[in-house]
Design a binder for this molecule. Structure first.
Ligand SMILES: Cc1cc2nc3c(=O)[nH]c(=O)nc-3n(C[C@H](O)[C@H](O)[C@H](O)COP(=O)(O)OP(=O)(O)OC[C@H]3O[C@@H](n4cnc5c(N)ncnc54)[C@H](O)[C@@H]3O)c2cc1C
Ligand code: SF4
Ligand code: SF4
Length: 578
């Protein structure tokens, strides 16, 4: 099939692109006499099911949609209150350095903590979202997607993963859909392919491999964001629009958040970053301990899980920027390096890069110019370079390097970069994940770690629960409402399906490498318990259950050996609330 423009993924980046393009009337070159033929393929089962995001200043969104009224969007409301809270460890189970422990003692001596939390007197300006919105990105995407489809100018097709870009002689000519019983999948040829497939997109990675990255650019920093949307208990005093950012617990390296929507609904979640060097960096168990922290539990106790989800974040920001345009293609959104790790903001940046591309494309088409790499550089990349996305992205570029030396230097580095506009930074290079014996040194002997992991693997279980239990983390008091088992969360919080006719989208390249892999971090980090030990000795290739995969992409960046490929696939969470 021939169209004018084909888009990969319907996240905020593509939404910004389409919402800007939709304002114009252009004639199709693929079907002369017809309006511009624009089609977007989305992997997830419906619009808004593959995205995540909550609080945004919405500067770019409001510029494209000046009539935006949060009252018309379910779960959206203006930000009313912001708190930055340091969470102490009420259990003594987290792994804290001596300096941090001494700091905690001092805070206690001064009587500053309230419910084991210390509210900082001030939210630094670079973190503030005071003029923004709390919303559900899924609901927002459904709102925008509905408007776009109703315009008749754009088609959005969910449930249609794109396998790859069609590249001929260095030029992108369109895309191939994943085989769904037609082998190979259908080809869609287009003058412009818009790649907005997010942080772990298969097509983005294909282009990175084909065209390489600009010198010095890399994808080294990641995080896994996991969250729950919760019905708050009746009578809860939190006001809609309240925004809490937290740090310090359940491990010092894990950041958390709680945002309040209208109608007694909140979103609560954590980010587990790649610089947290634990070989057991699981998210689900940590999220349950995070929710039970006394500072948060007084609001959440008695609440009920509505939906749950997880997704990777590409945290290299501007240093993860690939070539933004070439002959026949352009990159937008998080996969193009737009996410800002200093301000903790990705939605508005992604949207804005999409809008910038659309403005450039309209300019070129109206001037009758081809969508070549050179023209897209002038019309799109130049716009982006002179915008706030670029300016703020540069400030943020090295803001988090200090975290490679630990949490305290990391926090100081962020403050330094934020207050000096990126002129002063604390440097640091990523280090590999620690080995199990190293990580548990002082808490468990290497023999005990071996015994526990061996017993878990023989039963086909990940080891993090048993190791955390042994290190003093209490069992989760499941209540069947908010504190539910990981398996129940899959059923209650999102319902996962993997349609027939698709091949497995997680693949292991070399069985021998998995057999020699001591930590099997892909299993420990897996957000959906979709990867499990196969029970053999030696450990062998993990078992993959497509029904449970929620497409978070964390297995891809948690295989430090590069032995796992996360391809485009259908299925995942069925929730448009995330
Ligand atoms: C838990 C969590 C909380 C967050 N909270 C915030 C927040 O509060 N504020 C904020 O500003 N940012 C937040 N972010 C970051 C924000 O979600 C991202 O920066 C933003 O969504 C990036 O937009 P995007 O359009 O580039 O990519 P995405 O939102 O990732 O969208 C990409 C889309 O492409 C689809 N796709 C991928 N591959 C294919 C394929 N092969 N074929 C077809 N479709 C494909 C995906 O399903 C997805 O729908 C959060 C992220 C997480 C994980
Ligand atoms: S995929 Fe990677 S992390 Fe997982 S077992 Fe194999 S080598 Fe280890
Ligand atoms: S197997 Fe699926 S759920 Fe598990 S880490 Fe990989 S993408 Fe996420």
């Amino acid at each position: 099939m021939d169209v004018d423009i084909v888009c990969i993924g319907f996240g905020p980046a593509t939404a910004g692109f389409l919402a800007t393009l939709e304002k114009t009337d252009l004639e199709s070159a693929a079907c002369p006499g017809m309006p511009l033929q624009v089609i977007c393929y989305e992997r997830a089962d419906d619009v808004g099911f593959g995205v995540s995001g909550v609080v945004t200043r919405a500067r770019g969104i409001r510029a494209t949609l000046p009539d935006l009224n949060p009252a018309e969007i379910p779960m959206a409301t203006p930000v009313t209150e912001e708190r930055l809270v340091y969470l102490l460890d009420p259990l003594g189970a987290s792994r804290r350095s001596r300096v941090l422990k001494a700091g905690d003692r001092l805070l206690r001596t001064l009587g500053l903590p309230r419910e084991f939390g210390v509210e900082l007197p001030y939210v630094p300006p670079f973190l503030r979202k005071h003029d923004g919105l709390v919303m559900s990105l899924g609901q927002f995407m459904q709102f925008v997607g509905g408007r776009l489809m109703a315009s008749g100018k754009v088609q959005i097709w969910p449930g249609m993963p794109v396998e790859k870009a069609l590249i001929e002689e260095g030029c992108v000519r369109g895309i191939r859909l994943v085989d769904q019983g037609v082998d190979p999948g259908m080809d869609i040829r287009a003058a412009l392919t818009v790649v907005g497939d997010g942080p772990v997109g298969a097509v983005g990675r294909q282009l990175d491999q084909e065209f390489k990255m600009p010198e010095g650019h890399h994808h080294r920093e990641w995080a896994l964001g996991m969250k729950m949307v919760v019905d708050l208990p009746p009578g809860m005093e939190l006001q809609p629009g309240a925004v809490f950012h937290t740090f310090g617990y359940p491990e010092p390296e894990i950041f958390g958040f709680l945002y309040v929507h209208p109608e007694q609904v909140a979103t609560v979640g954590i980010f587990v970053p790649s610089w947290f060097r634990s070989p057991m960096r699981t998210s689900y168990r940590y999220l349950q301990h995070f929710m039970q922290h006394p500072y948060l539990w007084r609001y959440l106790r008695g609440g009920k899980l509505r939906s749950w989800g997880a997704k990777s974040l590409q945290e290299s920001g501007r240093r993860g920027e690939p070539f933004l345009a070439g002959d026949g293609y352009a990159r937008i959104g998080e996969g193009s390096g737009s996410t800002n790790v200093l301000t903790g903001s990705g939605v508005d940046e992604a949207w804005t890069t999409g809008a910038q591309l659309a403005e450039g494309v309209v300019e070129l088409l109206q001037a009758g110019k081809p969508l070549s790499g050179t023209n897209l550089e002038q019309a799109y990349v130049a716009r982006r370079r002179s915008s706030w996305v670029e300016e703020e992205g540069r400030i943020a570029e090295k803001a988090r390097d200090g975290f490679h030396h630990g949490i305290l230097r990391g926090l100081c580095g962020m403050a330094l970069s934020g207050f000096t506009k990126g002129n002063l930074v604390i440097g640091g290079e990523p280090k590999p994940t620690q080995s199990l014996p190293d990580y548990y040194q002082g808490k468990l002997s290497p023999e005990e770690v071996d015994r526990i992991t061996g017993a878990c693997r023989a039963q086909g279980l990940a080891s993090h629960d048993a190791l955390m239990d042994r290190c003093g983390w209490p069992a989760i008091p499941y209540d069947g409402q908010l504190l539910v088992s990981h398996q129940d969360a899959l059923l209650m919080g999102g319902k996962v399906q993997a349609p027939d006719g698709f091949a497995d989208h997680v693949r292991f390249l070399d069985r021998n490498i998995c057999e020699k892999c001591a930590g099997q971090l892909c299993i420990e980090m897996c957000s959906g318990q979709a990867l499990t030990p196969n029970g053999g000795v030696p450990a062998g290739v993990p078992a993959f259950d497509r029904e449970k995969c929620i497409h978070c992409g964390a297995c891809q960046w948690n295989c430090e050996q590069g032995n796992l490929v996360f391809q485009a696939g259908a299925g995942g969470l069925h929730s448009s609330e995330n």
